[in-house]
Design a protein around this ligand. Structure first.
Ligand code: SAM
Length: 239
């Protein structure tokens, strides 16, 4: 599929799966390099938010190479399930889990977050880092997360957002539109992946638009915690 079809949600899932399969081996390096390692801090903040809830059963949606799932092992849960549609991202994740000897805690499943092969009301916590923006059907994916959470279970979503204030807004727009696609293309060797990134961020209903959708789905006590001047946001909701 060509770049111009991204905004058309039909076929987005296959486009996204192929793209992440293509860049999987370089994904971790690119992530840390292009974000100057700030992504690590943002994921750490997700884990800190979960900590007081002492979740025993955790779902990591769109787990990719399992960075967030691995960080969540510090919460001492009984089980973490990571789910993703990209087989190649999961292969890298599986290797990291094996290398860190976390196979008894983390289980990876190759499946679609918009139609999860998981039982209802099972998890204490559900987390997603940089995943929801990629869903073909955002509401369907959020409904699924709501379904698999226990009553009073917590949802934590980390996603890019659009900074609103000068000069971060201007710097961010310039970096995202001009620098990142060129660096991303050179390093990932994929023509579209880092064109897709700014476009998908631009199309994502961030901030209060996103919390409104979470409310519609059935989440309560919604909170937004802006990260790094609003470059990313953490959304918290309770089932
Ligand atoms: C930007 S990566 C984020 C990976 C990881 N959570 C992280 O923080 O690095 C987005 C991931 O979402 C996955 N993804 C996109 N749509 C999905 C869906 N419908 N179901 C499951 N995974 C999906 C992609 O395959 C990719 O691995």
């Amino acid at each position: 599929m060509q770049q111009e079809n991204i905004s058309d949600s039909s076929g987005k899932k296959e486009y996204v799966r192929t793209m992440f399969n293509d860049i999987a081996v370089r994904y971790d390096f690119l992530n840390h390099f292009l974000s100057l390692n700030i992504d690590y801090l943002w994921r750490k903040n997700v884990i800190s938010i979960l900590k007081p809830y002492k979740p025993k059963l955790i779902l990591d949606v769109a787990t990719g190479t399992a960075d967030l799932a691995l960080q969540a092992t510090t919460l001492n849960p009984d089980k973490i399930i990571g789910i993703d549609i990209s087989e190649e991202m999961l292969k890298i994740g599986q290797k990291k889990i094996f290398d860190k000897n976390k196979e008894s805690v983390i289980q990876l499943i190759n499946a679609d977050s918009e139609n999860m092969p998981l039982e209802s009301a099972y998890f204490d916590a559900c987390m997603v880092a940089f995943g929801v923006r990629n869903f073909e059907n955002l509401k369907q994916g959020l409904h699924e997360m709501h379904r698999v959470l226990k009553p009073n279970g917590i949802l934590v979503v980390l996603e890019f957002s659009k900074p609103k204030k000068f000069p971060v807004k201007q710097f961010y727009n310039f970096y995202f539109k001009n620098i990142l696609p060129i660096l991303g293309k050179l390093i990932s060797k994929n023509d579209n992946a880092y064109m897709y990134l700014p476009e998908s961020v631009n199309q994502f209903p961030d901030g209060e638009n996103f919390t409104k959708i979470l409310t519609e789905i059935g989440f309560n006590d919604l909170k937004i915690k802006k990260q790094s001047f609003g470059i990313a946001s953490i959304y918290i909701g309770i089932k």
